[in-house]
Design a protein around this ligand. Structure first.
Ligand SMILES: [Zn+2]
Ligand SMILES: [Zn+2]
Length: 225
C-alpha cells in the first residue's frame, strides 16, 4: 500500500480483518506524513475552531455583529500551518489529484457524526474549474465516500482569496447564487464544506445565500483553519 501523501510504500502487517476483506483497506498516510499535520485541539474558539481561544474569538464576534440571525458554527480538523500549506499547494495549485485521498480517515470520522445532513461543497467558477480540472473540495469528499448536493454556483471568477490580504478578503462582494436544488433544503440541516477557513468570508457568503431557503440550520466545515 502506498502513502496517500508522499506515495512511498507503507510496510506494515495487514490485520486479520483486512486479510479477509481487502476492500476494508483504507488509504492511509505513512508514519512521517501522519506526524506532519497538526490537529486542532482545545483550547479553540467554540464557533470557528481558531486555536488558543476559550470563548468566542474576536473574528467571530465581528461575524456575529454582521450576521446576527445566523447561528454559525464552524469545525476544522487541522492547523493551517506550513505543512498544510505545502499539501494544498501540491494538491490544489499543482493539481496532484492523488492527494484527494490524503485525509480520508479523518474526513470519514468527522462525517460519521453528520448523518442526515445535506453536504454542499463550495463551488468553483466554470473558468476556474476548466483551469484546474477538478473541484478540490468535491474531490476529497468523494474520495471519502461523502455524497454532496449542488446547492450553490459561482458565476464570477473572483481573484483567488489567497492573493488578498485580510481587509480585501472581508470586503469581497458576494459571488454565489443558489441552484434550483436549494429549494429542497427547507427545514433540513446543511453542512457547507471548504478546504481552508481563513477569514471566513467565503463560507459566510455561501451561508448567507442558503439562509433565505430556511434550512433548519447551517454549519460549516473545512480541513484546515
Ligand atoms: Zn507519506
Ligand atoms: Zn472564532
Amino acid at each position: 500500500m502506498k502513502c496517500s501523501y508522499c506515495q512511498q510504500e507503507i510496510v506494515r502487517n495487514l490485520t486479520i480483518k483486512e486479510l479477509l476483506f481487502p476492500l476494508l483497506i483504507k488509504s492511509e498516510r505513512c508514519y512521517l506524513c501522519q506526524e506532519k499535520f497538526k490537529k486542532i485541539t482545545a483550547p479553540a474558539c467554540p464557533t470557528c475552531c481558531k486555536p488558543g481561544w476559550t470563548t468566542r474569538c474576536e473574528e467571530c464576534q465581528q461575524w456575529q455583529a454582521m450576521y446576527p440571525r445566523y447561528d454559525f458554527c464552524h469545525q476544522a480538523l487541522f492547523s493551517y500551518d506550513e505543512a498544510f500549506k505545502k499539501w494544498i499547494q501540491q494538491y490544489k495549485f499543482l493539481g496532484d489529484f492523488r492527494l484527494k485521498a490524503t485525509f480520508i480517515s479523518e474526513i470519514q470520522a468527522y462525517f460519521s457524526h453528520k448523518k442526515g445532513w445535506l453536504v454542499c461543497s463550495i463551488p468553483l467558477s466554470d473558468a476556474r474549474f476548466s483551469q484546474r480540472g477538478f473541484n478540490q473540495v468535491e474531490a476529497f469528499l468523494q474520495a471519502a465516500g461523502i455524497k454532496t448536493q449542488d446547492l450553490l454556483e459561482k458565476d464570477v471568477d473572483s481573484t483567488p482569496q489567497s492573493d488578498k490580504n485580510r481587509q480585501e478578503r472581508l470586503a469581497a462582494p458576494q459571488v454565489f447564487k443558489a441552484t434550483k436544488a436549494a429549494a429542497n433544503i427547507k427545514n433540513k440541516k446543511v453542512l457547507l464544506v471548504d478546504d481552508v477557513y481563513t477569514t471566513g468570508r467565503t463560507l459566510f457568503h455561501a451561508a448567507e445565500i442558503l439562509q433565505s431557503y430556511q434550512p433548519e440550520k447551517i454549519q460549516t466545515f473545512s480541513l484546515a483553519r
